[in-house]
Design a protein. Structure first.
Ligand code: ADP
Length: 306
């Protein structure tokens, strides 16, 4: 019986000015999953980590994705899956997306790659709906395709991969809980035209900066005048981390997903490491536990290991 093993990467969604529309895959951390086919329509889940996630298929994001694939296959197959998470649920670096996208890609491989990437994104978004109540693709798309992705539209699905420079990414995950529902609820429903114009300029600048390898333009465009001023209140130490990381040479960065993780982009590894030590200094002072990662942009997306 064939067993497919995949590595499914962490992702940064809401890329600063690109709220809901820009996401990026990371090389570290990633989840590992093993999956095999069953000949009856059910999903068996084994969790191989300390997070105590549900094993009922309807309550686990990987489970609901696999159930949607089983339905599409007219209930002729089932799946048994083993999930070893390294991306902590609720961290803001796409833990739910890694399970959802990893399950979709692995299942597709078992089925002889019959589904297109857009179809895989559609299946995997069922998992995001379970985790956060809404279907969104800004973690799922980069998780599946790798690199940086623009989600120009969800209805109809229009995903545009954006070639990007080989940037380094530093992430700090302060171990506090920011509920996605709270992070959504505090957002203003109306914005000023002058703020919208500034944000449009930044999004266009950021995408152009990625395409032209223009680090200064990327740095200037990593500014969010709409979401960050409101959401950053939920993350202790945010303003200090951001200011000190930029002083340490980071091009810029912001809240990852809906937080609490914060990420920064740097042009080289030594700057990314200085940024990490600045992040540690800030969180050592607050007494809040944290994890850090120094990594690069993952250009491959979910990877079939064997
Ligand atoms: P992140 O921001 O890191 O993606 P989310 O808040 O989107 O985290 O998703 C985590 C939520 O989804 C948690 O409430 C968790 O219990 C639930 N969940 C269910 N199944 C999974 C899974 N396989 N992987 C991660 N989270 C899951």
């Amino acid at each position: 019986m064939k067993i497919v093993k995949v590595h499914s990467p962490a992702t940064v969604a809401n890329l600063v000015c690109g709220f809901d529309i820009l996401g990026m895959a990371l090389n570290d951390p990633f989840d590992a999953m093993k999956i095999k086919l069953l000949d009856d329509p059910r999903v068996i889940i084994h969790n191989k980590d300390e997070y105590n996630l549900p094993t009922e298929a309807e309550k686990n994001v990987a489970g609901v994705v696999l159930l949607s694939i089983i339905e599409k296959m007219n209930n002729t197959i089932g799946f048994e899956i083993e999930i070893e998470k390294h991306i902590k649920p609720g961290s803001g670096i796409g833990s739910s997306a890694a399970s959802a996208a990893g399950a979709a890609v692995a299942a597709n491989n078992l089925l002889g790659n019959i589904f297109s990437n857009d179809e895989l994104v559609q299946f995997a978004m069922n998992g995001e709906k379970l985790a956060s109540g809404v279907k969104h693709a800004d973690n799922i798309a980069p998780c599946i395709l790798g690199g940086i992705c623009l989600i120009r539209s969800i209805h109809p699905l229009d995903i545009i991969p954006i070639p990007s420079p080989d940037l380094f990414v530093t992430v700090v995950h302060p171990q506090i809980e920011v509920r996605t529902s709270d992070a959504r609820q505090i957002l203003r429903q109306q914005i000023l035209l002058k703020d919208a114009i500034r944000q449009w300029g930044n999004i266009a600048g950021l995408v152009t900066g990625f395409l032209k390898n223009d680090f200064d333009l990327i740095g200037r465009s990593l500014e969010d005048v709409i979401i960050e001023p409101v959401r950053s209140i939920l993350i202790p130490g945010f303003d200090e981390v951001k200011t000190s990381c930029k002083e340490a040479g980071a091009l810029g960065g912001g809240i990852s997903g809906s937080g609490p993780s914060v990420f920064m982009l740097s042009k080289d590894e030594s700057t990314a490491r200085s940024v990490e030590s600045v992040m540690k200094d800030v969180y050592n002072k607050t007494g809040i536990d944290y994890n850090t990662y120094v990594t690069t942009i993952n250009k491959r997306g979910v990877e079939i290991i064997e």
